[in-house]
Design a binder for this molecule. Structure first.
Ligand code: SAJ
Length: 405
């Protein structure tokens, strides 16, 4: 039996996937409400294919509990927040989950940590937390780091098809966990050491962050001299060795906007490119805010007639963590400005002051709409907004008369 600890964005789909591939799974979370919701037969967030997977897993006998189980393999996927000032990771949830597991684990159990951690976290925090209980790693308990890699919006597909990395202290334990993931993962599974696994995960997200920053910087240069950044990127990308990403109103989510800071926090004098890139990405909500004011002024539109479409951190997900829209509203609050109106079809609870829950009412109250998130919903609604001034932050209406960032 596998006990998956932490039933959030990663733990839940992972537990479900294993359950639907012949493995006995108990999912544990200390959040009673969450466990109750799952036991009542409902999922806790929206994701393509998740509800179907959930039903299949229920039929396969998956169980959910607030209790840690006594078994030989644990998968921990709990959040790893970071300190906004020092930019260092806070491993408290990982440590606490490991300690709870140790209270019930039999001798020889393996603890797999899927949560993203900064390189060295296992060495500096997790191993000492285990050792202080008197247990010997490699004998009484085994430690593995198998960082998750799935992208919100396409998680179910990527769980099945992405390649994976397993970091272990020995080939034997690495192989055991590789076999476990092979039950459902059709990608290649590489076994390496723990520190390398930690580093690869953070480097992957840093690569993407730096490349998004490059696109964002190009957008700023092009705005300054009135050039079409999308046309330029399109042409450059026809070069066989160039593949520029897309500029946007900022970078959100709990991964790309966070993980690279772990490296900056740990290696401040060695991370010049990464730090600048992160600062470029972080500057985008303010850059777009200025752009909105510029367009509103040109068109004579009052601030209270401007609406931000999209609150989530990216398209077609309901996750709002570190979202560019929320970063923008936060910046407005700092300047004591009236908050812009907002609407998001994926957010049906109150998160900002002037938020609408009905698309039609939102449209009635605004003359300028800013496409902050390219949900499919808005792509299909061009007809309903074409009489508005549109600031399209994602170039989803390339042939229409709209403003860009
Ligand atoms: N974004 C841009 N321009 C782009 C691509 C993305 O501005 O060209 C923005 C998005 O709008 C969003 C942010 O970047 O605000 C991040 O979105 P994303 O789709 O690039 O990535 P995440 O954060 O949803 O998921 C990433 C993935 N990592 C990589 O692609 C290297 C995923 O595979 C990881 O599992 C996930 O982080 C994680 O959990 O670490």
């Amino acid at each position: 039996m596998i006990n998956v600890i932490g039933l959030g964005y990663i733990g839940l789909p992972t537990a479900l996937m294993m359950a639907t591939h012949g493995i006995e799974v108990v999912g544990t979370d200390y959040n009673e409400d969450l466990v109750t919701t799952l036991n009542e037969g409902c999922t806790t967030f929206k994701e393509d294919g998740l509800d179907e997977l959930f039903q299949d897993a229920l039929n396969s006998g998956i169980k959910f509990s607030t209790e840690y189980q006594r078994t030989d393999t644990y998968i921990i996927s709990v959040p790893t927040p970071y300190d906004k000032f020092s930019k260092k990771i806070d491993p408290c949830y990982v440590i606490s989950a490991v300690k709870s597991v140790l209270n019930v684990a039999p001798k020889g159990a393996t603890i797999v940590i899927e949560s993203t951690v900064s390189p060295g976290t296992m060495e500096k925090f997790v191993r000492p937390a285990i050792e202080e209980t008197g247990l010997v790693i490699g004998k009484d308990v085994n430690l593995v780091h198998a960082p998750e890699r799935i992208i919100p919006g396409n998680m179910v597909y990527e769980l099945l098809h992405n390649n994976r990395t397993i970091g272990a202290d020995s080939q034997e334990i690495g192989k055991k966990i590789k076999d476990l993931y092979s039950s459902f993962c059709q990608g290649k599974i590489i076994v390496t050491d723990i520190k390398t696994a930690e580093m690869t995960k953070v480097v992957e997200n840093t690569f993407r962050a730096v490349n998004i920053a490059f696109a964002n910087e190009l957008a700023k240069i092009c705005r300054h001299d009135n050039m079409d950044v999308y046309e330029i990127i399109k042409i450059c990308n026809m070069h066989p060795r160039v593949n520029i990403l897309q500029p946007g109103p900022g970078v959100g989510g709990h991964c790309i906007s966070v993980d690279p800071w772990f490296l900056v926090g740990d290696y401040p004098s060695l991370t010049k490119v990464i730090k600048e890139a992160m600062m470029v990405n972080d500057s985008m909500p303010d850059f777009v805010l200025n752009r909105i004011y510029e367009v509103a002024k040109e068109k004579g539109i009052k601030i209270d007639r401007i609406g931000l479409y999209g609150i989530t951190y990216k398209e077609n997900v309901d996750d709002i963590r570190e979202s560019p829209t929320l970063q923008m509203l936060e910046s407005q609050r700092k300047h004591l400005a009236i908050e812009l109106k907002t609407y998001d079809p994926f957010v049906n609870y109150s998160i900002s002051e002037n938020q609408f829950f009905d698309f039609e009412s939102f449209l009635q109250e605004i003359d300028l709409i800013v496409i902050m998130v390219k949900h499919n919903h808005i792509k299909e609604k061009y007809k309903t907004i074409k009489n508005k001034i549109i600031v399209d932050c994602h170039n989803i209406f390339p042939d229409k008369d709209v403003y860009h960032i």
